[in-house]
Design a protein around this ligand. Structure first.
Ligand code: PAF
Length: 280
């Protein structure tokens, strides 16, 4: 595995791969890698001749300075894991390399970034679009892999790619869960054992809510989920919304969508977790 820190170094390494006509799969990450990332990477390796993984904690997508400072960083362990997985190139740039000048672009995603995460983390998706579009321009991948845990991020990345006419196929990969049901996330590293146990209730409540679809409207189920999760000691729901999986518009009736998805953000102690479930 080549470990590269500069855009010029990356260009050089990718030149011969592009010349051969080999396909490039790309997995952007912020490090603190877990089995969810490994799943994206394995899929990229299976589908492409060359897999590039980026490891970059992007400051422009953190609307909370403390969250950025506390974001887990485990570069040596990450590098070892990527090596073992068989990644071809690890791209680990500095902030100055990615942003030699401040990125002042403001994206208009319409409603997509006004709801859910967008409402509670203003500016977050603009920062995600800034960094992902820059990384795409450096790597120029054929396919890029994103986890479905970050459901809204996946919609935004698809929209941004279409808006900027970037010729890359965006591949969404299903959520990977701990045995307990907890969706894998780098942030789980900040949970104590007791908190991990509490946080695993999120998925159990979401699964139970699927049984209620026949007899309840989306807003009734949403209220039930919020109540049940808030009843678990240590958990505090920030939002639970059942939306159309394409437009992300909240649903009033089930008939409005053939892809209803419930998206949740929950504080477990100080740690903010997200998850989602399909009611299709
Ligand atoms: O999902 C993430 O880890 C980040 O938002 C991403 C896509 C790597 C951009 O910084």
């Amino acid at each position: 595995m080549k470990v590269i820190h500069t855009v010029s170094g990356l260009n050089l390494a990718l030149q011969s791969i592009r010349c051969k006509g080999d396909s490039i799969g790309f997995v952007p990450t912020m490090g603190a890698l877990h089995e969810g990332h490994a799943t994206l990477i394995r899929q990229s390796i299976a589908e492409n001749e060359c897999t590039v993984v980026s490891l970059f904690v992007n400051p422009t997508q953190f609307n909370n300075r403390n969250d950025l400072l506390l974001y887990p960083r485990t570069p040596e362990v990450d590098e070892q894991l990527l090596q073992e997985l068989g990644v071809n190139i690890l791209f680990a740039p500095s902030v100055e390399e990615v942003y030699p000048e401040p990125d002042n672009r403001v994206f208009d995603f319409g409603i997509l970034d006004k709801v859910m995460e967008g409402r509670y983390r203003p500016g977050h998706f603009n920062g995600v679009a800034q960094v992902v579009s820059r990384l795409f321009s450096f790597v120029q991948p054929d396919k890029a892999y994103f986890g479905e845990k970050d459901f809204q991020q996946l919609s935004i990345v698809r929209e941004m790619t279409a808006m900027l006419h970037i010729p890359v196929e965006i591949v969404g990969v299903p959520i990977v869960r701990e045995k307990s049901g907890l969706a894998m996330s780098s942030r789980n590293q900040r949970l104590s054992l007791a908190e991990q146990e509490q946080a695993s209730q999120i998925y159990h409540v979401l699964c139970e809510s699927l049984q209620k679809k026949r007899d309840n409207a989306p807003h009734e189920i949403a209220s039930w989920v919020v109540q049940e999760i808030n009843n678990v000691p240590g958990l505090r729901v920030e939002y639970y919304e059942i939306v159309d999986g394409y437009s992300l518009q909240p649903l009033t009736t089930w008939g409005e969508s053939d892809w209803p998805v419930g998206c949740i953000a929950v504080y477990c102690g100080e740690v903010r977790l997200i998850d989602n479930i399909s009611y299709r």
